[in-house]
Ligand binder design. Structure first.
Ligand code: HEC
Length: 134
């Protein structure tokens, strides 16, 4: 194999490996599953759809995020001082790991949180909400 082909391969491999970072998978999952409502950079849509970026609700309800994503949310809530009363369906197709990566992306990238979200925390939350409690 020629030297340049070798280094090209290495670069391609490095890029592929980077994509496995939780945050990057989280971004892709966000684009596929959430962006249509919460918009490209998470800003939401006026009084119709709440923001998930720079959103007090997200930061204050960190312990509920995994369950909100899996089982949806409805009824009156307030995000950044704006009242919403809509309905969001759950995402039963997402695995625990995918939800973890999604929450990580939302907290760290969209809400500037320093503390990382770990899979143990997500699993604990998901067990609770699958038992009926929120
Ligand atoms: C079909 C539109 C729709 C899609 C798709 C959607 N949501 Fe929502 N989401 C809503 C609505 C509407 C609410 C407000 C529900 C209410 O008023 O109780 C909401 C509320 C939320 C909240 C709590 C309030 C806030 O803004 O902080 C979070 C967190 C959230 N969604 C995250 C997500 C994530 C993550 C995804 C992708 C897995 C997603 N949503 C996909 C419509 C949607």
């Amino acid at each position: 194999m020629s030297k340049s082909l070798g280094s090209l391969l290495l670069i391609v491999l490095l890029f592929a490996a980077c994509d496995y970072k939780p945050r990057n998978q989280g971004r892709v999952l966000y684009e596929r599953n959430c962006q249509s409502c919460h918009m490209e950079s998470g800003q939401g849509l006026g009084r119709l759809l709440p923001p998930v970026a720079n959103a007090d609700y997200v930061v204050e309800n960190r312990a509920e995020l995994a369950c909100i994503i899996r089982h949806g949310i409805s009824g009156p809530i307030e995000v950044n001082g704006v009242a919403y009363e809509g309905e969001m369906e759950g995402n039963l197709q997402l695995t625990d790991v995918e939800i973890n990566n999604l929450v990580h992306y939302i907290l760290v990238d969209l809400n500037d949180q320093k503390e990382h979200y770990v899979i143990g925390e997500v699993r604990e939350q998901l067990v609770k909400c699958s038992q009926g409690g929120k």
